[in-house]
Design a protein around this ligand. Structure first.
Ligand SMILES: *Cc1c(COP(=O)(O)O)cnc(C)c1O
Length: 304
């Protein structure tokens, strides 16, 4: 299973050279940054654990990778969701259907009798207070400090590459969901005095929400990545023509990107590149291509 040491390629993007760190070439079952964030669980033994619990979107990359983790470890996997739309239930491709194939037990809270109006996260909190050491809980999207272990290995790979390329400075850019990957990269570079600035943008919620997510994991704001604004409000998971157009342009580089995070990432990066900052830029490809199987038909129906 390939979990580290991905290559870096140089692409031409609107007349700018950009390096791309190909974490999409990691093992497909741990889609990109999920391989990094969940690496800790792969490298360590959990002799008491019998069951894994998490919650979030029934289509997420993170949920799919956790289903693989549970399968590898022989754990039961209970995944709590707010509700599951019909077209997701009926899909036979994409994260949900693959996770179900891996034996994931989906608990749709819109159908349980003891919900009592609680939010998904409160419901889980109450549930976990009754659990024991045989249950392992991983918060939504892998937003947890266990992620630091694997993301630091990624950071070290970037530093080693930078030395070989003899680059004196570098900007590492990646779009964020929970911001966990960007945050632990920035924390590592700061702790090791590397001349690398991590830049990101908020694909889920706005920049303030993203910074709040950073502060749940790390207290020192000096370690936070730089958050660039997109200048326009995009809702996570919604379809935008600008995203589809960017995605199609990116395909011409010969590299397939994801349809949820990367179009926004490249839109924001494009505007940064026009600012004529002279530092070389490394874009982190964070995988997520299995999700395209459900996103692409939606885009095609809407815009083709
Ligand atoms: C999960 C994911 C992200 C977001 O990662 P965070 O660490 O939550 O910011 C970005 N891109 C892809 C393709 C992902 O699967």
């Amino acid at each position: 299973m390939k979990l580290a040491d991905t290559p870096v390629e140089k692409i031409d993007f609107f007349g700018h050279s950009v390096f791309v760190k190909r974490d999409d070439l990691l093992h497909p079952e741990f889609s990109g940054n999920k391989a990094r964030k969940f690496r800790y669980f792969l490298d360590h033994d959990f002799p008491h654990v019998k069951r894994l619990i998490s919650f979030g979107s029934p289509q997420s990359n993170s949920m799919y990778s956790l289903s693989v983790l549970a399968k590898l470890k022989g754990w039961q996997f209970d995944f709590y969701v707010d509700h599951i739309a019909k077209q997701i239930l009926n899909a036979n491709e994409g994260n949900f259907s693959q996770a179900r194939h891996n034996g994931t037990n989906f608990i749709d809270l819109s159908t349980v009798s003891d919900r009592q109006g609680r939010s998904c996260s409160t419901y889980i909190e109450d549930l976990l207070s009754k659990e024991d050491e045989t249950t392992l809980f991983i918060s939504e999207g892998g937003h947890c400090d266990f992620a630091q272990y694997g993301v630091s290995l990624l950071a070290a790979e970037i530093v080693a590459w930078m030395k070989i390329e003899q680059l004196g400075q570098l900007v590492v850019f990646l779009p964020s969901g929970t911001g966990t990957t960007a945050l632990y990269l920035a924390t590592y570079f700061k702790a090791h005095d590397c001349p690398i600035e991590v830049m990101t943008c908020a694909a889920v919620g706005d920049s303030d929400y993203l910074k709040q997510q950073f502060s749940v994991l790390v207290g020192d704001t000096a370690c936070f990545p730089t958050v660039l604004e997109s200048g326009k409000k995009y809702h996570f998971g919604k379809l935008y023509y600008a995203f589809y157009e960017m995605w199609q342009r990116l395909n011409k580089t010969g590299i397939e990107f994801d349809l949820l995070y990367d179009p926004l990432g490249w839109i924001v990066l494009q505007s940064f590149l026009t600012r004529n900052d002279k530092r070389p830029v490394l874009y982190l490809h964070q995988g997520g291509l299995l999700g395209n199987a459900s996103m692409l038909p939606r885009y095609r129906r809407k815009f083709d």
